[in-house]
Design a binder for this molecule. Sequence first.
Ligand SMILES: CC(C)(COP(=O)(O)OP(=O)(O)OC[C@H]1O[C@@H](n2cnc3c(N)ncnc32)[C@H](O)[C@@H]1OP(=O)(O)O)[C@@H](O)C(=O)NCCC(=O)NCCS
Length: 295
Amino acid sequence: MTVTIRHMLAEDIPRVGAVMVAAFNNLFRRHGYPEPFPSPAAGTSIAQGYARLEPNECFTALQEGQIVGSGFIHLRGDTAGIGPITVDPSAQAQGAGRALMQAVIEAGGGCPSLRLVQDAFNVVSFPLYSSLGFEVRGTISSLVGRNIRGDVSEDVEIREWQAEYIEHLAALDTRLTGIGREQDLRFFHAQPPHIAALVQGQLAGYLCFLRTEAGTFFGPAAATQPSVLRALILSAAEREQGKALRMRFPTRHATLLRELLAVGFRVETLQTYMVRGAWQTPDGAELLALFPEAL
Ligand SMILES: CC(C)(COP(=O)(O)OP(=O)(O)OC[C@H]1O[C@@H](n2cnc3c(N)ncnc32)[C@H](O)[C@@H]1OP(=O)(O)O)[C@@H](O)C(=O)NCCC(=O)NCCS
């Protein structure tokens, strides 16, 4: 059956959201994991959010005039994040996923580094992305926790960041991770809380909170050292006592991973970080974002 791809229209959003939720819930259920989306409204609000922020970077897949999937890319200077890419379970394995990926790759044509996060248990998306030139650049532990407490080093001062920090934090972030996302820091600034770390009076890191119906997601975050990221995470956990906490943690920070497991975080799933094009391992330590996806 022929698949056509077009820019997402406002009227597509309810169906796009429903397909997103159905695709992920079906995937996780089939692999014995809890469904990640508690309600269809979450999919709609993701599609709505991206349509508002990046209307030219949202795509819809149609078969016989019916919406069967969607794909999103988030262009940030020399890097871009891709996702979510979803196809309705009833329309999978018929070429829609590949067509969506080709559309987002084309939209990111001028961008030297395209990035995405893939669930390691998904043996459909992994070969699909590999065949399109994405290469594994790391393993992500999807960490969850609740009522986490741990001592924070006195050498690190944590405070809510002010508007005047944004430019400095964005510059620090680009130096550490290579990603230019001042626009995202401004987005998170508009919906507190968000925290910054200072070491000897100098900005040394930041962490954004994304409060969702599935809990509070920590990230994006970046810090000059794992110990600074640790202080940011534990301080954020202290502020979100009683809530489910989630984050995408790059597993290469092995010592910090051990420390987070020791204070009660658990690994829910493993994910693969895949990059098409330029890549340099970030300096310092970072958490990947869920919004915008995969950066
Ligand atoms: C991942 C997803 C978007 C793919 O969409 P799709 O329409 O099913 O995929 P397509 O039919 O376009 O392509 C799948 C490709 O993988 C290949 N494939 C599938 N299983 C494979 C395996 N185990 N080994 C090797 N190749 C495999 C297929 O042969 C096909 O390749 P082809 O294009 O060369 O024929 C879809 O399955 C989905 O929505 N899954 C749930 C949500 C999800 O995980 N999204 C990705 C988030 S990162």
